[in-house]
Design a binder for this molecule. Structure first.
Ligand code: HGY
Ligand code: MN
Ligand code: MN
Length: 424
């Protein structure tokens, strides 16, 4: 019978054990900075991702979890409940990182899920519902777009066959080829046959709000809309010295104008609108050649989809005007387009009340970053727990969350999962 009541209410995670796992996983694909920063480079489906996966799977097996790998490489470890018919309560996140990633983005949510399970095991606590901890393939979308690819397929938002054909931005390999190469082309079908009863994800905030306000826990109300576009600007390569300025069709100049326009548009639209050009590649990328082609990416986000659409339309018009004036052509490819997501009111309240019961300050807030939770919210009641990021920094090797904040977040996860896993 599920043990609840006073004993369970006093349960707390082992913060040191959790920190040790974060450190151990962080050593895989570790990137060292000039001032002692320790970050991670584990782009999706690379050897480093494989090694990270192998380590986390070994921890899942050590905990006696039933481990499955699905056709898009999502890995789920499940601890049985007393009612084998009951749908599981699920937590998890991702362990792939960007190239200048940190040890906490995604990793925290997966390892805190394992810590919750180890805590329950340690104290002999059974739950009515199974508890599942997953890591989803390619959450970052940095190597294979879109982001949240694995969780999108997991919930049936994209056919797995289509996902397997997606080509990497760096070396042209497909998702399917890389899954097979690293040994994670699983046999469990997608989308997931069992829909979770609820999903809760613990994640670092990756922004400055909680730290600025001195608040321990972010109760996440939803995720802003995401719009990723790849632009291919084609001009005419020419000699840097002999070609008069009036004769040039310079995609590099057009790209620069677009980058400036994206920033100016975000500032003009005001708070809530962000715009980023994260990739900009010149061909032939030589000092004395007017480039023939430039590839760049536009990342626009807003929690109001109507405003985000307005931003997309306005920037599209600016790009067209810039291209016409410079006499270059524009190719566009949508890499990702996800509407804003609102999480479940009941789950939001549960996270909020759980933080209060633990004596932790909290505030409701939307997520500026994309998360696997936004995909799980398509199929089950979902919310997220944020913990502060030092300096509001993430997607940076200096990313850091303090141990006490990690432990607090993991305790909120523990009791949120307990509350949902012990109720029919
Ligand atoms: O892009 C994002 O928001 C997430 O890090 N994938
Ligand atoms: Mn993340
Ligand atoms: Mn990230």
């Amino acid at each position: 019978m599920a043990q609840t009541g006073r004993a369970a209410a006093d349960l707390r995670v082992d913060g040191s054990r959790l920190w040790e796992r974060i450190e151990a996983l962080g050593e895989i694909g570790q990137v060292l900075g000039p001032n002692g920063e320790r970050g991670c480079a584990r782009l999706a489906l690379t050897d480093a991702d494989r090694d990270g996966r192998d380590l986390v799977v070994s921890w899942m097996l050590d905990l006696g979890l039933q481990v499955t790998v699905d056709a898009i490489g999502n890995v789920v470890g499940t601890r049985p409940g007393s009612d084998p018919q009951a749908a599981p309560v699920m937590t998890g996140s991702h362990i792939d990182t960007v190239r200048t990633g940190g040890r906490f983005d995604g990793n925290l949510g997966v390892l805190a899920g394992l810590e919750v399970i180890e805590t329950l095991e340690q104290h002999g606590i059974t739950t009515l519902r199974p508890i599942a901890v997953g890591f989803f393939t390619d959450e970052e979308g940095a190597r294979f777009a879109p982001d949240m690819l694995g969780s999108l397929v997991y919930v049936g938002g994209l056919a797995v066959e289509e996902a397997l054909d997606i080509v990497a931005v760096d070396d042209g390999a497909t998702v399917g080829e890389e899954l097979a190469r690293i040994g994670y082309a699983g046999s469990t079908p997608c989308p997931a046959a069992v829909v979770p009863h609820a999903f809760v994800e613990l994640h670092i905030e990756q922004g400055p709000v909680l730290e600025d306000e001195g608040i321990a826990i972010g109760v996440v109300t939803g995720v802003q809309g995401i719009s990723w576009t790849e632009l291919t600007i084609v001009g005419q390569s020419a000699h840097a010295g002999t070609t008069p300025m009036g004769m040039r069709h310079d995609p590099g100049y057009a790209a620069a104008a677009i980058i400036v326009a994206a920033r100016e548009l975000a500032l003009r639209f005001g708070a809530g609108q962000v715009a980023t050009v994260g990739r900009c590649e010149f061909t032939p990328d030589l000092v004395n050649v007017v480039p023939s082609e430039v590839l760049l990416t536009l990342d626009l986000r807003n929690s109001d989809d109507a405003v985000l659409q307005r931003a997309e339309v306005e920037l599209r018009g600016i790009c067209n005007d810039v291209a016409a004036a410079e006499g270059v052509t524009l190719g566009r490819r949508t890499l990702a387009r996800f509407e804003p997501v609102e999480f479940d009111a009941g789950m939001i309240e549960l996270v909020e009340s759980t933080a209060a019961q633990l004596g932790l300050s909290s505030r409701r807030m939307p997520s500026g970053a994309g998360h696997d939770a936004q995909m799980l919210s398509r199929v089950c009641p979902t919310s997220m727990i944020f913990v502060p990021s030092v300096g509001g920094l993430s997607h940076n090797i200096a990313e850091l969350t303090e141990r006490a904040d990690i432990e607090a977040g993991a305790n909120v996860l523990l009791h949120t999962l307990l509350a949902t896993a012990t109720t029919p």
